[in-house]
Design a protein around this ligand. Structure first.
Ligand code: SAH
Ligand code: SF4
Ligand code: F3S
Length: 488
């Protein structure tokens, strides 16, 4: 077989946008090393699993996935397996002990060393474990921005796309009692605004129209380092020409400042949506979670946001069955659901995590009860989402077109009269699938990708909206405030 055959790599990404972003960086490094990408472990010379440790289930998924890959490797001995991400950081020893087939275990803070480690493997090393987590206060001053310095160009650019992530900070200092993130990602550190702005510019030049700024708690951006505030950063990013929309995740309610609320009034490109994880509607639970806000202060923040943007969509996260959560605490959570009217939410059954203090808390909730509460919460939210979505029927929304919808008909070579279904998002982050006028064909439909177009909503589905593009609807400039449409 050809020695100089192009080497192929596969990356499997589990977990949150932090991992998505890190995977993009790893892809950029691999491409630079001459690898091409494949999605088959039967073809790959190198498989990287980028892992998540947030809940026990996520961790189990990692172990079964790595086990499966090791099985494949027994039939393809030349294949190399790397485990990166949060489980690698936290459970390096366990992975090393359990899986002889794993060649590289790479922590969350040393991703930039991937190329060097791959070269070492290619030169005969069989096992490298690098989970060093430099202490930001004592180690090299974080290189300020070590990773981007090492991958100066093209980091996360190659994969293209209309909507892209940009990490603005990493780590977390909040130590919520249930959470593993501060242990697997280390202390919070922010990137300088000029680096962020130049990355956004590169992404826009490569076709992005929307960026989502990422951090575990973006509201505390820059505070430690004395950089600009998060609201200041939003303003700077919004000046990037060609960028249409800005989103961010995640905001911690305790740090949602008046300045940031005001930014929703001042920064046009800021989308009409905020993800504000509440976790519980009961004050005693919030206290034990170490969340440092109350249901009252949360409501006060929501009211303030809605005074600036009456139509803002609010989404959230909940944990049910946190140790000591009583039925009446859970009912306080249900009560807030209808008071806030969340657009959608993510809800999780509490899961004990190694290192997180809550694993030692008394009053563990019975698993069957936890799952019953989870079901009840999701059912309750389903009604609310349906109500909100049904109110939107008949409205026109600005949709940033991202691609052909999952159910988009493939009209290639087929009847050109068949309408094509495209998919995008409204400023509120609602998925909108819409038909382009019949006869437009696939090519013309695909030309819409990256454009913001008005769509008239005609149907509410469980997790998305359906609509039609007006026959004369041409691209418009976005004004995310209130989701109104302004013709260019
Ligand atoms: N930084 C974000 C959350 C990141 S983790 C914030 O502060 O909100 C994403 C979500 O996972 C959390 O909001 C929480 O709802 C859930 N989660 C985290 N740890 C969990 C655990 N041990 N058990 C169940 N859910 C958990
Ligand atoms: Fe975890 Fe809390 Fe930090 Fe979010 S703010 S990452 S929930 S410790
Ligand atoms: Fe999971 Fe790590 Fe993100 S634990 S949620 S991938 S920061």
């Amino acid at each position: 077989m050809a020695e100089n055959r192009t080497r192929q790599a596969m990356i499997q990404t589990l977990g949150c946008q932090m991992n998505v972003y890190d995977s993009e960086r790893m892809i950029a490094m691999l491409l630079e090393m001459g690898y091409t990408l494949t999605d088959s472990p039967w073809k790959a010379d190198l498989v990287i699993v980028n892992t998540c440790a947030i809940r026990e289930k996520a961790e189990q998924k990692v172990f079964s996935s790595v086990g499966r890959l090791c099985g494949i490797k027994r039939r393809r001995p030349g294949m190399r397996i790397a485990v990166a991400g949060c489980v690698a950081q936290q459970q390096a020893q366990k992975i090393a002990d359990r899986f002889a087939g794993v060649n590289l275990i790479l922590g969350t803070r040393v991703i930039h060393r991937l190329p060097a480690h791959i070269r070492a493997l290619e030169n005969g090393e069989n096992r490298i474990v690098d989970v060093e987590m430099p202490d930001d206060r004592t180690a090299e001053p974080l290189g300020r921005d070590a990773e981007t310095a090492i991958v100066p160009h093209g980091q996360n650019i190659q994969s293209g796309g209309v909507s892209r992530y940009v990490t603005i900070m990493r780590g977390c200092d909040n130590f919520c009692a249930y959470c593993v993130v501060p242990y697997v990602r280390g202390r919070e550190a922010s990137r300088p605004p000029e680096r962020i702005v130049s990355e956004v510019k590169e992404l826009v030049a490569a076709g992005a129209r929307e960026v989502t700024l990422l951090g575990q708690n973006v509201n505390s951006y820059g505070k430690k380092e004395g950089l600009c505030s998060f609201a200041g950063l939003l303003e700077r990013v919004s000046k990037v020409e060609g960028l249409e929309r800005i989103r961010f995740v995640t905001s911690h309610p305790k740090d949602l400042s008046d300045e940031l609320v005001a930014a929703f009034g001042a920064v046009d490109k800021l989308c009409n949506h905020i993800h504000l994880p509440l976790q519980s509607g009961a004050n005693p639970v919030l206290k034990r979670m170490n969340r440092k806000y109350t249901r009252e202060s949360y409501m006060e923040r929501i009211e303030k946001l809605r005074s600036v943007r009456p139509d803002i969509a609010v989404t959230t996260d909940f944990i049910v069955g946190f140790p000591g959560e009583r039925r009446e605490d859970f009912e306080m959570t249900l009560d807030l659901l209808s008071k806030v009217e969340f657009d959608t939410l993510f809800a999780f059954a509490y899961s004990d995590r190694p290192q997180a203090p809550a694993r030692r808390f008394d009053g563990k909730v019975d698993p069957a009860e936890k799952h019953a509460r989870l079901r009840e919460l999701l059912d309750c939210q389903e009604q609310i989402t349906r109500r909100i979505y049904e109110r939107l029927v008949g409205r026109t929304m600005n949709v940033l077109v991202e691609g052909v919808s999952k159910h988009g008909r493939n009209t290639e070579g087929a009847d050109m009269q068949e309408p094509v279904e495209m998919s995008g998002r409204s400023p509120e982050n609602r998925i909108v699938n819409f038909e382009v006028p019949p006869g437009a064909g696939m090519q013309a439909s695909e030309a819409l990708i990256g454009k913001i177009i008005p769509v008239v909503i005609d149907r509410a589905c469980a997790n998305s909206l359906k609509g039609k593009m007006p026959a004369n609807g041409s691209a418009v400039r976005d004004t995310n405030k209130g989701g109104k449409i302004h013709a260019a």
